[in-house]
Design a protein around this ligand. Structure first.
Ligand SMILES: [Zn+2]
Length: 184
């Protein structure tokens, strides 16, 4: 298991807790950092390309704060691809309260596939996508998608959507521990 830690070069105050959490995992796990300068919209995907297919991974994005128990649960779970309904901040969604996030791929009347942030109904066992914020992605599905993954270019901030479409799999949802999102 490799922990993937994508973050901007200069950690902001709302990202300090996550950085400290990553530091606390570094005795037990290999940490693969992906530095994402704001002017390099491909940095996130380029970083993932370097590690794709090498091992099972857990992504912990720069402002997302899971617990150690949650990480342990993901690792011990028999499902290949799992994740958290991260509690997305009000300032991120414009909604009056935090929502448990899901990236919903929906078919519109004119037949287009569009992605949108939506609320995951409590108790949903499998979700089409939880975004990339805090997910486990198995080595097997990385290998299965390797060719297309390496030959795609997913630009931030549409990378979640791009990878979700590429993986085209259900994610097992874990509710046992709350995964927080530290907004600015
Ligand atoms: Zn699971």
């Amino acid at each position: 298991m490799i922990i993937i830690y994508p973050h901007i070069p200069q950690i902001k105050s709302n990202m300090v807790q996550t950085r400290d959490f990553i530091d606390s995992l570094s005795n037990e796990f290999e940490i693969f950092e992906i530095v994402t300068p704001e002017n390099d919209k491909l940095a996130y995907h380029d970083g993932l390309k370097k590690i794709w297919g090498k091992d099972d991974i857990i992504i912990i994005e720069q402002d997302v704060l899971p617990t150690k128990k949650f990480i342990k649960n993901l690792i011990e779970c028999n499902h290949k691809n799992c994740g958290a309904p991260v509690l997305l901040c009000e300032s991120h969604t414009g909604l009056p309260r935090k929502i448990r996030m899901i990236l919903d791929i929906v078919m519109t009347d004119d037949g287009l596939n569009v992605a949108r942030w939506a609320e995951l109904p409590w108790g949903t066992e499998y979700a089409n996508s939880l975004g990339l914020a805090c997910v486990k992605i198995s080595k097997q599905i990385q290998l299965d998608t390797m060719h297309r993954f390496l030959n795609s270019e997913f630009y931030y901030p549409r990378i979640d959507e791009g990878i979700v479409r590429l993986l085209n799999t259900k994610f097992h949802v874990h509710y046992e521990e709350t995964v927080e999102h530290n907004c600015v």
